[in-house]
Design a protein around this ligand. Structure first.
Ligand code: PEP
Ligand code: MG
Length: 852
């Protein structure tokens, strides 16, 4: 047993260690007896993989069950269907009840005879299903010699029963669970879905594998999942074994059904990994063409950054010492990453990237491979580097560029752990001259974070891709960046004046004083415009002639609330509560919900906070709410219908909302309303709860207009609702009969379609008839181009993604209400969304068209 209560098993046979799923027998392959590996033996003696007692050695001598000191039972089954040999070809070197030591010979067998007469010689080595241990790491898909590291097991608290398992293998079956499904993630299993899938399993104990493209991966390992190279449309199989196997399969199936990046969040980190821009056209002499990773324009002297190459010794000083050193180094890196993942001063992408690196740091396959190498006598540094590079090589070999770009993340983690093993407390930064253009072959996220951001004018990389995390960080830091410039960029001498034009996608090398002066002027004009936008963002929003329009933010987390306030949001027009507890397997309690809402309310201060009740169902399945399968979920149990179908859930949520202070700032918003009865039902419950809680004031109750029914009935609905908020995402999908998740229709799913605009106009009229406020909180509210049209249709509030708020305020401030109304009238008469866009574009004054 190691210090952490884990049990190590060594290989009991020489041969090839493969996944148990490859055993040609359902009972073994589906882990009905427990989990483990299957060894294809190259020699005919079975040895003890650990110290223990021989619990079962049948007369047929084809299998041995050992019980290790801590009670863990291990079944060693020589070949498949070998019981039929009735002992022929087997010789026992021990007896039932004997105590054996690791490496003692247990049974010899005639490998040739087995090869001829048995179904297979593959020998499962199984940790029996009820033995209260689970496999932490294992050595698979590699040759093993007797005594090599095979697996690390840990006691499994979740399945611990009061009576120790004393059964033999035959009575240890736990029902395995298997489900096949088709992958719908837009870009297959790339980094974010892999992390979501692994996270969905965290509360569960089952061993879960995903089989795809003829390979199998541990579903808890993001590296292994990405390494499958699964694309959208691929069929995969989930196989789970263990006490909560069925729950694990359901949780994973729900995670597969969840959107990998929630909709309507352009510019936020959830979507950053799909930001792909086209390569620039061929470069002129004196220029290098690259791919735009972060748009903008910059100039400055070249400073080349080289990646630190850390020397490591191959041989370790002892397995226990090296294991402990790896643990310490990973703990040091973990502490640093956790600080960054939770630091309010960091940008949202920087926090998310730190969180992604935390996942990789604890990736079971990486850790397993490193421990395997340490068990073979390697140093912790050598073992970690070998493990990371094997994972990186797998990703590098995939066709999907998004997955290849995750290689940098792995290499970054390699550097961080190696630096920690050498005692460094931080990844070393580099001193830069003022406003430098950083040139490198590739840049690791930790290197970029360690640079003084204020001194970096731009980033020019020979390699890399636009969705690599260094690119995303550069964009979040507002640093223009070009990647894939090719090796020629590395020949540029330090100090050479450069213009990095990440609008055209070219790097100009020493372009001459006249060009430098012109670029300098443009850069400072843009900086001035950005500064004025930021200042304007903090002011109240009014049209040019003084009509008050409120600009609120859509948020789904505390950090988005912070971003909203920074960007000048005057309140929150939509808190998507379903995003607060996305990775949960059990519904959040009243106090958990109240605490999260309160954190957001605290960030917003006295600004209004519009809390939408759970919008579950449809394209937003919730793991803790296993809804019945529906033929057409977009038209099924969604939004308020789900809440009314699960009243206890709604009660809990409304009680949590009623606990938020200041209560006067809180508003309730109901999704997917299609008639007034639904509003009455929620109001009745709200009144009852307020009475129970002794409250005198009820929060105002708003209704989302996102079905054509509610838009058409807006005059009736506004009579019983306190305000209307138009959800243009769903309203567009239901009006145009185009699935909002269908990539083939994405280009035509335009909320500026005149049919949608007519419904918005109708909703705004309905609100006006009852002196109610009309807001828009769908994605259309985040488009500065659309803002004057919406204001002209009678909308008083736009609730947008935080990053767009400054531009929205500026656009609204540049037009009068009369101009907005005239534009809206023209838009209502247009024939298509394209025509409306053309009208709105023509109405943009020249100055506002200059990008900030
Ligand atoms: C909408 O449908 O426009 C909306 C804001 O709700 P969601 O995008 O969360 O479905
Ligand atoms: Mg909606």
């Amino acid at each position: 047993m190691s210090a952490r209560g884990a049990l190590t098993l060594v290989a009991p046979l020489a041969g090839w260690s493969g996944p148990l799923a490859e055993a040609p027998d359902e009972v073994f392959a589906n882990r009905m007896l427990g989990d483990g590996v299957a060894i294809d033996p190259t020699a005919g003696t079975l040895f003890a993989p650990c110290d223990g007692e021989v619990l079962v050695l049948p007369a047929t001598r084809h299998a041995v069950t050992l019980r290790a000191a801590a009670g863990c039972e291990i079944l060693l089954h020589i070949g498949i269907d070998t019981v039929a040999l009735a002992g022929e070809g087997f010789e026992a070197h021990t007896r039932q009840g004997a105590q054996v030591r690791t490496g003692d010979a247990l049974v010899s067998f005639d490998l040739d005879l087995l090869a001829r007469r048995a179904k297979s010689v593959l020998t499962p080595v199984i940790v029996t299903a009820d033995s209260q241990f689970r496999i932490l790491t294992q050595s698979v898909r590699r040759a093993v010699a007797v005594g090599d590291f095979l697996m690390e097991l840990e006691p499994h608290a979740a399945t611990r029963s009061s009576t120790p398992a004393a059964s033999t293998a035959a009575s240890t079956a736990a029902a395995p669970a298997v489900r096949r499904l088709t992958v719908r993630f837009e870009h297959g299993i790339h980094a974010r879905p892999a992390a979501l899938l692994a996270a969905a399993l965290k509360p569960l104990a089952a061993d879960v594998r995903i089989v795809a493209r003829g390979r199998e991966a541990n579903a808890r390992s993001t590296v292994a999942l990405m390494g499958l190279g699964v694309q959208r449309g691929d069929e995969i199989e989930i196989r789970a074994a263990g006490p909560d196997a069925a729950n694990a399969v359901s949780a994973l199936a729900a995670a597969f059904a969840a959107p990998a990046a929630p909709a309507d969040t352009p510019g936020t980190a959830r979507k950053v990994s799909v930001r792909v821009m086209p390569p620039a056209p061929a470069a002129a002499p004196g220029e290098l063409a690259g791919v735009i990773a972060s748009a903008g324009l910059a100039l400055g002297p070249a400073v080349q950054l080289r990646r630190p190459e850390i020397e490591v010794a191959e041989a370790g000083i002892g397995v226990a010492e090296e294991d402990a050193a790896l643990d310490r180094a990973r703990a040091a890196v973990r502490a640093r990453l956790e600080r960054r993942a939770n630091a309010e001063a960091e940008t949202q992408p920087a926090r998310e990237i730190a969180a992604a690196h935390l996942e990789l740091l604890d990736d079971p396959e990486l850790v397993s491979a490193a421990r395997g190498a340490i068990a073979l006598g390697k140093s912790a540094a050598f073992a970690w580097r070998a493990a990371v590079r094997t994972g990186a090589a797998t990703l590098q070999s995939l066709e999907d560029p998004r997955l290849r770009e995750r290689v940098d993340d792995l290499l970054d983690l390699e550097t961080q752990v190696l630096a920690a093993l050498q005692g460094a407390t931080a990844v070393p930064g580099t001193a830069l001259p003022e406003k430098a253009i950083v040139v490198a072959r590739e840049l690791l996220p930790s290197q970029l974070v360690a640079l003084d951001g204020a001194r970096v004018a731009g980033v020019a990389l020979a390699a890399g891709g636009p969705t690599s995390h260094a690119s995303i960080l550069a964009a979040a830091m507002g640093i223009p960046a070009l990647v894939a410039l090719g090796p020629a960029v590395l020949a540029v001498a330090d100090g050479t004046p450069l213009v990095l034009d990440a609008g055209r996608g070219v790097l100009e090398i020493d372009p001459g004083e006249a060009r430098l002066a012109a670029v300098r002027a443009t850069v400072s004009a843009r900086a001035a415009r950005r500064a004025s936008l930021e200042a304007a963002a903090q002011r109240e929003c009014r049209t040019a002639d003084g009509t008050r329009i409120e600009v609120f933010a859509n948020i789904g987390s505390v950090s988005e609330a912070q971003a909203a306030v920074r960007n000048g949001a005057e309140g929150c027009g939509l808190l998507r509560t379903e995003f607060l507890f996305l990775e949960r397997q059990a519904p959040p309690t009243e106090s958990e919900q109240a605490a999260e809402y309160q954190k957001i309310a605290n960030v917003l201060g006295t600004r209004p906070l519009t809390i939408r009740t759970l919008d579950a169902g449809g394209d937003k399945p919730i793991p803790y709410l296993p809804l019945p399968a529906e033929d057409n979920p977009a038209l099924g149990l969604r939004g308020v219908r789900t809440s009314l179908a699960y009243p206890q859930l709604l009660r809990t949520q409304l009680r949590a909302v009623l606990a938020v202070r200041p209560s006067a700032s809180c508003r309730v918003l109901l999704p997917m309303i299609s008639d007034v009865d639904e509003i009455h039902a929620v109001r009745a419950l709200l009144e009852q709860l307020s009475e129970e809680l002794g409250l005198r004031e009820l929060p105002s109750v708003g209704v989302m207009v996102e079905t054509p029914a509610s838009a058409v009935l807006a005059d009736r609905i506004a009579a019983v609702a306190d305000f209307l908020s138009i959800g243009t995402n769903d309203l567009t999908q239901y009006t145009l009969a185009m699935d909002r998740g269908n990539p083939q229709l994405a280009a035509r799913l335009d909320a500026l379609h005149p049919a949608v605009l007519r419904l918005i106009a109708r909703a705004a009229e309905g609100a006006r008839a009852h002196r109610r406020h009309a807001a828009v909180c769908g994605s259309l509210a985040s488009e500065p181009l659309a803002a004057p049209v919406l204001v002209g249709l009678g909308v008083h509030e736009l609730s947008a993604v935080p990053a767009m708020i400054p531009l929205l305020k500026e656009r609204i401030g540049s037009v009068s209400l009369a101009e907005c109304r005239a534009l809206a009238q023209q838009a209502l008469q247009a024939d298509s969304a394209a025509d409306v866009r053309a009208l709105a574009t023509a109405a943009v004054p020249r100055a506002a068209a200059v990008s900030p």
